[in-house]
Write a protein that binds this ligand. Structure first.
Ligand SMILES: [Zn+2]
Length: 64
């Protein structure tokens, strides 16, 4: 049995537990739903930043 560091409190916890016994946070290795939701949010953020940069790059030459 190996141990991982909790991402919330930093303490060592077994990698097969559902929740951190120290702070109660859900283990990221068990919560796949959280990881999928976070990935979707990350792609939305990248898309929003890319769109903002594209609009800014097209708009900037007209100001100067
Ligand atoms: Zn913890």
């Amino acid at each position: 049995m190996s141990e991982i560091g909790c991402l919330y409190c930093g303490k060592q916890i077994p990698d097969n537990v559902q929740n951190c016994p120290h702070c109660g946070a859900a283990s990221h290795f068990q919560e796949r739903g959280y990881q999928r939701g976070a990935k979707v949010r990350f792609y939305l953020l990248v898309a929003a930043v890319s769109l903002f940069c594209l609009i800014f790059a097209l708009w900037l030459p007209q100001i100067n």
